[in-house]
Design a binder for this molecule. Structure first.
Ligand code: PLP
Length: 371
């Protein structure tokens, strides 16, 4: 390997089991959208199911169909209602769909007629994120439309759900406000005749920090990979699953005063050994990482010397006698002193999800299983 994102599938299994233990009797939906947050959707899904996840969540129908094509038959929900998606294929595949508008409910009902089987729909309330879902004013008509489609045999209302705006800010008053709004939406729907199998609102941060948000199920994405958007990252009982590592492609000795990488934004202050790493911003190493001491080799962290290029970047190893082919770790679980994705995120002003999801297609995802 010249570079790889090694995924510790046992960590995913263990994370799901640890979350499950905390939220039981609530169920865990493992969110494996966006290629399992860059970890590989199919192996991540299987690892999560081994850990006791009852459901899987993705965004697009295409992502859901890929899981089904891999032989994964677990309950599966598409979290975003997208008009252009092939809903009939989803319904045929036994994939649950989100509905947050009367229009989407009508589209799904029509797709169910084409598919010749009822669609399972989770009605989404917008309780304050102002993203997808029905506002409080729209909710009664969405519920009505779904119940009418259910009476016609086109739809089964399987779930009621919502999503938080700031569950990763402990104490943010929007969390309790959204919980009140969600409870009202649930009660309205149930009074109107909906008998949901699952009610769900909590993501990783809420599942961990807001017990009353757990309802019947928590939708955990970051947490299953050992990540979270909470301040300071995930709690210690979750283990980061991904290690991003690469081997030095070349090593050279240069004199003091040598300009390094595009625009010479780094200049050596002494004679130095430069090491070239074959990963760049096309692979998901943020261009803004220049100058940050985040890369781990030989028991310590080394600063990135000069601009991160599309395919490569350089490290100034000083007088450390590194050799081509040596392994360097960008991020991992932190066991040996390497930075975590959380530390990269803090250094770069983003969240760990942004880094793992941003890994490029060129980076092989390995997990010790046959590929
Ligand atoms: C991505 C997503 C989640 C998972 O969020 P995490 O913070 O990664 O746990 C849950 N629900 C919805 C609707 C999402 O889009």
């Amino acid at each position: 390997m010249h570079a790889e994102a090694f995924v510790d599938l046992d960590a995913i299994t263990g994370n799901v089991a640890a979350i499950r233990e905390r939220v039981t009797p609530g169920m865990v939906m493992a969110v494996v959208k966006a290629g399992g947050y860059g970890h590989g959707a199919i192996p991540a899904a299987r690892a999560a199911l081994r850990g006791g996840a009852s459901w899987l969540g993705v965004v697009h129908v295409k992502e859901a169909l890929e899981l089904r094509a891999a032989g994964i038959g677990a309950p599966l929900l598409c979290l975003m209602a997208i008009g252009a998606d092939d809903h009939a294929a989803a319904i045929t595949g036994g994939i649950d769909l989100a509905g947050g508008t009367t229009d989407m409910v009508a589209r799904i009902a029509a797709a169910a007629t084409r598919a010749g089987t009822p669609a399972r729909v989770h009605l989404k309330a917008d309780t304050g994120l102002s993203r997808g879902g029905a506002t409080a004013a729209e909710w009664p008509s969405v519920v009505d439309a779904a119940l009418h489609a259910q009476d016609r045999g086109q739809v089964k209302v399987a779930g009621l759900w919502s999503h938080f705006a700031a569950s990763d800010e402990p104490g943010n008053p929007s969390v309790s406000a959204q919980l009140i709004a969600f409870q009202e939406a649930v009660e309205h729907a149930e009074k109107a005749g909906v008998t949901p199998e699952v009610r769900h609102i909590a993501n990783t941060a809420a599942a961990i920090t807001v017990p009353r948000a757990r309802y019947d199920m928590v939708r955990v994405g970051g947490g299953i990979y050992g990540l979270s958007t909470l301040p300071g990252g995930a709690p210690g009982w979750l283990r980061p699953a991904m290690t991003l590592r690469a081997r030095l492609a070349q090593v050279k000795r240069v004199p003091a005063g040598t300009g390094v990488s595009y625009n010479h934004r780094y200049v050596t202050t002494a004679e130095a050994t430069l090491g070239l790493l074959p990963l760049g911003y096309a692979d998901g190493v943020p261009r803004g990482a220049r100058g940050h001491a985040l890369v781990f080799a030989r028991g310590r962290r080394w600063p990135i010397a000069g601009t991160v290029c599309m395919d490569q970047f350089v490290i100034d190893f000083g007088d450390e006698p590194v050799a081509a082919g040596e392994e360097v770790v960008l991020w991992g679980p932190g066991d040996h002193g390497e930075a975590t994705a959380q530390e990269w995120a803090e250094a770069l002003g983003t969240i760990s999800y942004d880094l793992v999801c941003g890994l490029g297609a060129r980076v092989p995802r390995t997990n010790g299983e046959a590929q």
